[in-house]
Write a protein that binds this ligand. Structure first.
Ligand code: TSB
Ligand code: ZN
Length: 641
């Protein structure tokens, strides 16, 4: 048998040779670093015999695919440990994920935090036994008997297995219906940790039974694991759900419902600042702001195509006496009707219709998270109606606005993603190949003209057209879409929109959907984490707190407070009968930029003793000087103060 290696060299090997033996023959080091093989393009166990002449590549810890295989193998280790400690537990699935792996289990009693520690200990014990992951083949009918006490595995075998299927054993006690591949033995697994417990539905559907999901992570080295865990700690401190509570920014109440946050006064202040900021930018750029209702007749969405392609993400309709209404999942149809409300000529274009539009999406309960993924949201939305010739300029104008807004908000880490339809799933999108190709070409050309780098993502387009998405990552590297620009030829056609061109004929306009600062919810969640709650002065819900030293100084403190307010600064007066040191400590925890301590000296000289949350004591200043300086700093939108 012959194997061809990546460098083009050909080796003669014995029939049934295993990739691990070949790696060994090349170098001891390679065999040590090896995680998995690639045989004729397919991932392959290192200890699985080759079946024919093959192109062989040994993948080490340096190859990105290796980590998934390694983590998936660790998930098997987890399941094996659970079965040893809790016999009778039913197994779901255990895939690798972006942050590690999980395994789903069904068991009457809930796992506890102590159980996780015991399971992890047992995983290390099994690891030390140096058990091989062995690939076996079973006939389907035998498999169904073998897994008789594992109903979820039976279901998967029924659905997925061919006449003969592969499974993996791990020592005598554990066997799992699995496609593989895996690392050759448990000794390969050097660093892992179980992280958390969560509920999950079998196959992700709320119609199925609830399972217990154990999350963990694994890395090739202890050092990588430690670095990751440190980052995780840091991320937990910044988690907007935690800070949202501590800083009294928002709350979610079961009585209202999941994914429907209530904005508390301080969170509402940040949101209002963001809203006012972006409305002002848009006014400068010729956007026209409108107000439209949060709901409409179902028929409107039948016409737009939402009903056919976006139905599952919408709240079900409300039955009225004579008609059906729905909460809108997007604002586009309303804006289209505004465009349509009067005759338009080419001289009117581009028309930029904007709204902080509230919309509703039936996000599944499992994906909801604080403010970042919600069911009721207000989007910084606009729809630009223009001629085909104007697309490029409008696109570039939108990009400039994104850059300006990100600069003022302090957002520096982002990347561009060209979101395309998934050719394997065409029924999810409107059917018009020529239109999709045109939209894609226009976006590529617009990006190239601006010389901006982007990557492509299949399956991430809107149902009506491709998108250029701007992706922001959180501390853990997890990405979400924030800004988006979408070129749409479908909706104008669907609604029969037109404008009178210079030739006197009616032509359809092109529609550009765009959101700059995303939804207020998602952007505020990002800003909370970006600043770990210590907002720059211009965004801080409370910019200064006035702290009288004793009751005698409350009157002067009130005067200071009023003057700050009169200058448009967001001030708070802490006139509680408490020690000033305690008030300072609390203000510091609330991350208020300025603490203004006032006592006899300050009252006599019309001044304030300034303390900054980051720079500490700043000494005394005349009140008027402090007001002017703070005002100027806030107006500058400096994000590092
Ligand atoms: C830009 N019709 C377009 C609009 O004209 C539209 O709705 N596009 S969208 O579907 O991509 O949504 C716009 C943005 O809303 C997304 O890029 C994302 O940043 C934000 N968003 C979407 N779903 C949620 C959600 N569940 N919670 C918070 N923000 C969301
Ligand atoms: Zn839209």
């Amino acid at each position: 048998m012959q194997v061809t290696l990546p460098d083009g060299s050909v080796q003669e090997v014995a029939p049934g040779a295993r990739p691990i033996d070949i790696a060994q023959s090349i170098s001891k080091r390679l065999a040590e670093d090896a995680i998995v093989a690639r045989v004729n393009g397919e991932l392959w166990d290192l200890n699985r015999p080759l079946e024919s002449d093959a192109k062989l590549e040994i993948l080490t810890t340096k190859n990105p695919e290796s980590l998934e295989v390694y983590r998936h193998s660790t998930a098997h280790l987890l399941a094996a440990a659970v079965l040893e400690l809790f016999p009778g537990t039913k197994l779901g699935i255990g895939p690798p994920i972006e942050s590690g792996f999980y395994y789903d289990f069904q068991r009457e009693e809930p796992f506890t935090q102590e159980d996780l520690e015991r399971i992890e200990k047992r995983m290390w014990e099994i690891q030390a036994r140096d058990l091989p992951y062995e690939r076996k083949y079973t006939r389907k009918e035998d498999g169904l008997k073998l897994y008789a006490d594992q109903p979820m595995k039976i279901e998967l075998i029924r659905e997925r297995a061919g006449d003969v299927f592969s499974e993996y054993t791990l020592g005598p006690g554990f066997i799992d219906f699995c496609r593989g591949p895996h690392v050759p033995s448990t000794k390969k697994i050097k660093a892992f940790k179980l992280l958390s417990l969560a509920g999950a539905y079998w196959k992700g559907s709320e119609k199925n039974q609830q399972l217990q999901r154990i999350y963990g992570t694994a890395f090739f080295t202890k050092k990588d694991l430690e670095d990751y865990l440190n980052r995780l700690e840091e991320a937990k401190k910044r988690d907007h759900r935690k800070l949202g509570k501590e800083l009294e920014l928002f709350t979610v109440n079961e009585a209202v419902g999941a994914g429907l946050p209530l904005w508390l006064p301080k969170g509402a202040t940040i949101r209002r600042l963001l809203e006012e900021y972006i409305l002002e930018r848009e006014r400068e750029l010729g956007y026209q702001h409108v107000y439209t209702p949060d709901l409409a007749k179902v028929d409107l969405y039948v016409r737009s195509g939402h009903w056919e392609h976006y139905h599952e993400d919408m709240f079900p309709p409300m039955d009225l006496e004579t008609e059906k209404m729905v909460l809108r999942p997007m604002n586009c149809p309303h804006h289209i009707l505004i465009y349509e409300s009067k005759m338009r000529s080419y001289r009117d274009l581009p028309i930029r219709i904007a709204e902080l539009g509230t919309m509703y999406r039936y996000e599944r309960s499992g994906v909801l998270s604080g403010l970042s993924r919600v069911r009721a949201m207000t989007l910084n939305d606009a729809h630009i109606f223009c001629t085909p010739d104007q697309i490029k300029e409008e696109f570039s104008g939108v990009m400039k606005l994104v850059e300006r807004a990100y600069k003022d908000l302090g957002i520096t880490q982002y990347s561009y993603r060209l979101s395309l339809r998934d050719p394997a799933n065409k029924e999810k999108y409107v059917d018009n190949d020529a239109m999709w190709e045109l939209g894609e070409r226009v976006l590529r050309e617009a990006m190239d003209a601006l010389n901006l780098p982007y990557r492509e993502a299949r399956g991430e387009a809107a149902f009506y057209g491709p998108k250029l998405d701007i992706q922001l990552a959180d501390v853990m590297g997890h990405e979400e879409t924030y800004s988006t620009i979408q070129v749409d030829f479908h909706l104008p056609k669907q609604f029969g929109l037109g404008y009178i061109a210079p030739d006197g004929n009616r032509h359809p306009p092109v529609m550009i959907h765009r959101a700059i600062v995303s939804t207020m919810e998602r952007m505020v969640s990002y800003l909370i984490e970006l600043y770990a709650g210590a907002f720059p002065l211009w965004l801080a819900p409370i910019q200064a707190t006035v702290l009288p030293i004793t009751d005698r100084h409350v009157e002067y403190a009130r005067k200071v407070h009023r003057q700050l307010e009169a200058a448009g600064l967001r001030s708070h007066l802490d006139d509680r009968n408490e020690k000033v040191n305690l008030k300072i400590r609390e203000a510091q925890l609330q991350k208020i930029p300025f603490m203004l301590v006032v006592g006899d000296r300050e009252a006599e000289s019309d001044s304030v003793a300034v303390r900054h949350r980051k720079h500490g004591d700043q000494g005394s200043k005349p009140l008027a000087q402090f007001v002017a300086e703070a005002r100027a700093l806030a107006d500058s939108k400096n994000v590092s103060e």
